[in-house]
Structures are given as C-alpha cells and as structure tokens.
Design a protein around this ligand. Structure first.
Ligand SMILES: NC(=O)C1=CN([C@@H]2O[C@H](COP(=O)(O)OP(=O)(O)OC[C@H]3O[C@@H](n4cnc5c(N)ncnc54)[C@H](OP(=O)(O)O)[C@@H]3O)[C@@H](O)[C@H]2O)C=CC1
Ligand SMILES: CC(=O)N[C@@H](CCC(=O)OP(=O)(O)O)C(=O)O
Length: 344
C-alpha cells in the first residue's frame, strides 16, 4: 500500500481526494490535516465517508509525521506548500500540490499574480506540471507535481490538438469559461452565498485573472512560441463543473478536425472526444475524471469552436492529482478513477 497524507482535508478538494481514494485499491490515507478541526473524526464531519475511513481524525499539519509517508497532497491555499514541500522532499516523500504554488516556472511572474513573494523558488526547477496529456513521461519520474488549475485544464485540453497541428492563428485565442461555485473553495465568502450566487450569472476577472499566465505558459509550450489569449471566467449557479467555450481562427484549409481530435486523444483514458455535432454537458462529468470535448466549425467557416467540460473538483483538481500519483508510482493510471459520472 502507498501511504499518503492530505494537508487541507476539510476543504472541497481535500474531501474529494478522500472520496476518490476510498475506492483506490493501492492507497491508504494515513494522515489528514485541519488546523480548525483538529481532533474531529473525518466521518463525523463528512458522513458520506462513514464506513470508509472510520479511524481517521483531523490533526495539525506536522512535517515530521507527514515526512514518514510515501506522498503528501496539498489541498491548501497558495503559499502553504511553499513552506513544507522542501522538507518533505528531503525526507523522500513525494509532493502533489493542488494549489498554484509550483505551476508557474517564473517565480517573479508568480509573485506578480499571487501578490506575495515566492516561498520556494529553489524547487521550481524540479516541479513538473501535472497535465498527463502533455507531460506523462516527466510525471512518471517526478518528485514534485504542480497539479494544473481547473480552468487551465479545460482550456489547455481543448486547444491542444489545434495548436500542436499548427492549424490556427495562435495570436487570436479566446477562452470563455464558466465555473460552479465550489471553484471558490469552502471558506465563507459573500460571493458564494446562496442569495448572491444563485439565479444570477456574472463574469469576473475579465481584465486579468491569475489563471491567465498559467494557461498562457501551457499554450506557449504547445505552440512553441508566445500565444495571444483572451480569458474571461464566469461564475454560474451550479455547484460543480467547468464549461469552456474556446474560439480560434483557422489559418489553413482545415483537415478533418473531428478526426484530428479523435486521433490526438485516442489513447487518453480521461479525454472523451464526443461525436461530431455534440454539445457536452457539465453534468456528464460530475464526480468523474473525464474531460469531454466537442469540436465545431459553425456554418463551415474559418472559426473553430471547441466545447470542453470537466468537474472542477475532479479532473480540475483531486482526480487529476490521483492520476498523477498513479503515474508517479508506476500504477495503472486509472486506478480509483473509474466510476462513471453522476447523472442527473
Ligand atoms: N475548489 C476548486 O475547484 C479547486 C481548487 N484548487 C486549489 O486547491 C487548493 C484547495 O482548494 P479548496 O479545497 O477549494 O480550498 P478550501 O478553502 O475549501 O480548503 C482549504 C483547506 O486548507 C486548509 N488550510 C488553510 N490554510 C492553511 C494553512 N495555512 N496551513 C495548512 N492548512 C491550511 C483548510 O483547513 P484549516 O484552515 O482548518 O487548516 C482547508 O482544509 C487551493 O489552492 C485551490 O486554489 C485547484 C483546483 C480546483
Ligand atoms: C469560481 C472560482 O472562484 N474559481 C476560482 C478558481 C478555482 C481555483 O481554485 O483555482 P486553482 O485551480 O488555481 O486553484 C477563481 O476564480 O479563483
């Protein structure tokens, strides 16, 4: 059994890790932290987990205890993994960070967008961006994984086949994205209240969201030169889910885009290219690690529209983190991640 710990176990991504790992045949959760719920039994707080982790109790984060484990997930706000990752790695514990602490390769750029000094620039050289569809081989040998953000996962997987094939104008990319409210975390915030977030719909971060540099970094790697991207996130009155509508312009007489997408993702266990003409729904991936894609060319013109849906807490966070763990430990990549989505 691979022994793991979760730092930040009371949050939405932390409890989603627990739910998914409860079905994982090769992983045992040995430690789970929460400063505010120390001493509380996990099952008392999350009754859906009764019968799955009855002996597990929240404890204070303790680097010595965590350093005795095979791997530690950080499901914490930005900056927390900076402080602990170095010590864990020195002890031989692998680190899978769900926050943005190690996603940007440039520490100054990170400071600019996250409003604080980078706490562990010396680790950036070895951090691997955990998007398996792009970096699978590097992930297999990594000690430190930066799990991609939720919007960045949906957007990068949608543009990937087009950019790799060099078919679109990489200066004119548009990502129009919508997220459910769990994307904002479990902490109390006015914007997440029922009366604020339900029966309403709004954009935010239109002039600059912290996921912009992360998405740009990934798309630049695919294009192998700097791309031009407009990214506008929106908050929708749903609990889980991300829907990205991606626009680009063909620069060459296009081949069969449906076949291009199908071939690029033919061997990917967690990317489903839907039949031509489809419109994927967020509920079709609820609780599941799949990214569902559809590609359209409205009226046969030069505009390509890609529709990309994920569950922000699964392929956008905890499921992708487990997919990375499976690769790092030489396991079947799909272990613990095979349950179909909840629908309706
Ligand atoms: N929600 C989502 O859809 C996604 C989230 N992420 C990222 O994953 C991370 C976790 O997100 P989410 O689960 O939504 O967050 P939540 O706000 O729901 O939970 C945060 C958790 O971190 C713990 N925590 C807070 N501060 C500290 C600290 N200083 N030291 C140790 N533990 C701390 C909290 O428990 P306590 O305070 O009791 O210790 C809590 O368990 C964030 O970086 C987020 O950006 C990534 C992709 C998607
Ligand atoms: C709806 C909402 O507020 N979403 C969050 C993004 C989700 C998230 O937690 O971002 P990471 O993937 O980088 O950790 C936001 O816009 O900041």
């Amino acid at each position: 059994m691979i022994k793991v710990g979760i730092v930040g176990g009371t949050g939405y991504t932390g409890v989603e890790l627990l739910r998914l790992l409860a079905q994982h045949p090769e992983v045992s959760v040995e430690a789970i932290t929460s400063r505010s719920e120390t001493g509380v039994k996990v099952c008392d707080m999350y009754p859906n987990l009764r019968g799955h982790c009855d002996t597990l109790t929240f404890s204070e984060p303790d680097a010595r205890k965590l350093g005795a484990l095979d791997a530690v997930f950080f499901a914490t706000p930005h900056g927390v993994a900076h402080a602990l990752a170095g010590e864990l790695l020195t002890n031989g514990t692998r680190v899978i960070d769900l926050s943005a602490d190690f996603r940007l390769r440039d520490a100054d750029l990170w400071s600019e967008w996250y409003g604080q000094a980078h706490g562990a620039p010396e680790l950036l050289g070895e951090a691997v961006y955990g998007l398996p569809e792009m970096h699978r081989e590097k992930i297999r040998n990594a000690r430190l994984i930066a799990v991609p953000g939720c919007y960045p996962t949906a957007v990068q997987l949608g543009f990937l086949p087009l950019l790799e094939a060099g078919l679109i104008d990489a200066q004119q990319l548009i990502a129009d994205c919508k997220s459910g409210v769990t994307g904002a975390g479990r902490g109390a915030k006015v914007g997440s209240l029922l009366a604020e977030a339900s029966e309403s719909f709004k954009a935010y971060g239109a002039s600059g969201h912290r996921h912009l540099p992360e998405i740009r970094q990934g798309l630049n790697d695919m294009q192998q030169s700097p791309v031009g991207l407009t990214f506008v996130p929106h908050l929708t009155p749903m609990i889980r889910g991300i829907h990205a509508t991606l626009y680009s312009q063909l620069t060459t007489e296009a081949d069969d885009l449906q076949t291009l997408f199908e071939q690029r993702y033919a061997n990917e266990p967690f990317v489903d290219v839907m039949p031509a003409g489809s419109h994927p729904e967020t509920r079709s991936v609820k609780g599941n690690n799949t990214c569902r894609l559809a590609v359209h060319r409205p009226a046969g013109g030069n505009t390509v529209v890609v529709l990309s849906v994920i569950d922000n807490l699964v392929k956008g966070a905890s499921g992708q983190a487990i997919q990375n763990l499976n690769l790092m430990f030489g396991l079947d990549e799909t272990l613990g991640l095979n349950a179909p989505a909840l629908m309706p």
